[in-house]
Design a protein around this ligand. Structure first.
Ligand code: GDP
Length: 196
C-alpha cells in the first residue's frame, strides 16, 4: 500500500521554497471542505496526518509527505473558500497555477471533489492548468456515503461525460473516508503512475 505510513516532511508557503525537483510527486488538490485531508488520512492510515477541518481562510501551505517508495504526496492548499480576502485568494491561485503548470517531477494529480457538487469552476481551473502537461488526473468523488447508489452513479457518469474530451488522461471514482471505500482503487491508479 503506497500511502500507508506516509511521513510529514515539510510545509512551504511559496514556490521559491519548493524542495529540489528530485523524487516523483503526486499532488492532491481540492476545494476547501471537499474532504481532501480526510482522504489523505484514510489513505495513509493515520487519523491526523493532514489536518481536518482547519479554519478555512488561514494562510495555507503546501504540505509534503514522504511515501515509503520514496515519492512524495503533495497536499496543495484547499481553494474556493468564499470569505478569503481577494489578495490572499490571488496568492493561493498563483501558487497552485505555478506548481501545477511547471513542476517537472509532478507525475499526476489527484483531484478531490465533493460527489454532491463536482466540477465547480475552480475545479475546472485546476484541470485547465494541469491538463496541458499531458500527465494523468485522477478524480475522487468524496463523501459518496452521503449519496444513494443511484445518485452516486449519476455523479460518476456526469463527471466522466463532462471530461470525456480528455480521454484516458482522466479517471474518476467514488470515495468515502467515512466508510473507507475507494482506497484500493486510488492505490492502484497511483501505483500505475509510479510504475510499481
Ligand atoms: P478538506 O478541507 O478538503 O481537507 O476537508 P476535510 O477532510 O477537512 O473534510 C471536511 C468535512 O467533511 C469534515 O467535517 C469531514 O469530517 C467531512 N468529510 C470528509 N470526508 C467525508 C466522507 O467521506 N464522508 C462524510 N460523510 N464526511 C466527510
Amino acid at each position: 500500500p503506497i500511502f500507508r505510513n506516509a511521513q510529514f516532511e515539510i510545509s512551504i508557503a511559496n514556490n521559491r521554497d519548493l524542495p529540489p525537483a528530485a523524487a516523483a510527486e503526486i499532488a492532491f488538490a481540492g476545494r476547501s471542505n471537499a474532504g481532501k485531508s480526510s482522504a489523505i488520512n484514510t489513505l495513509a492510515g493515520h487519523t491526523r496526518l493532514a489536518f481536518v477541518s482547519k479554519t478555512p481562510g488561514r494562510t495555507q501551505l503546501i504540505n509534503f509527505f514522504r511515501l515509503n517508495c520514496g515519492a512524495a504526496l503533495v497536499d496543495l492548499p484547499g481553494y474556493g473558500y468564499a470569505k478569503v480576502p481577494e489578495a490572499v485568494r490571488k496568492q493561493w491561485q498563483g501558487l497552485l497555477e505555478r506548481y501545477l503548470r511547471t513542476r517537472e517531477n509532478l507525475i499526476g494529480l489527484v483531484l478531490i471533489m465533493d460527489s454532491r457538487h463536482p466540477l465547480t469552476p475552480l475545479d475546472r481551473q485546476m484541470i485547465d492548468w494541469f491538463a496541458p502537461t499531458g500527465r494523468p488526473i485522477h478524480i475522487l468523488l468524496t463523501k459518496s456515503d452521503k449519496l444513494s447508489r443511484n445518485q452516486a452513479s449519476a455523479s460518476l457518469a456526469l463527471v466522466r461525460r463532462e471530461l470525456s474530451a480528455l480521454g484516458e488522461q482522466v479517471s474518476v471514482q467514488l470515495f468515502s473516508s467515512l466508510k473507507k471505500t475507494g482506497a484500493d482503487e486510488v492505490e492502484k491508479v497511483v501505483a500505475g503512475w509510479l510504475g510499481l
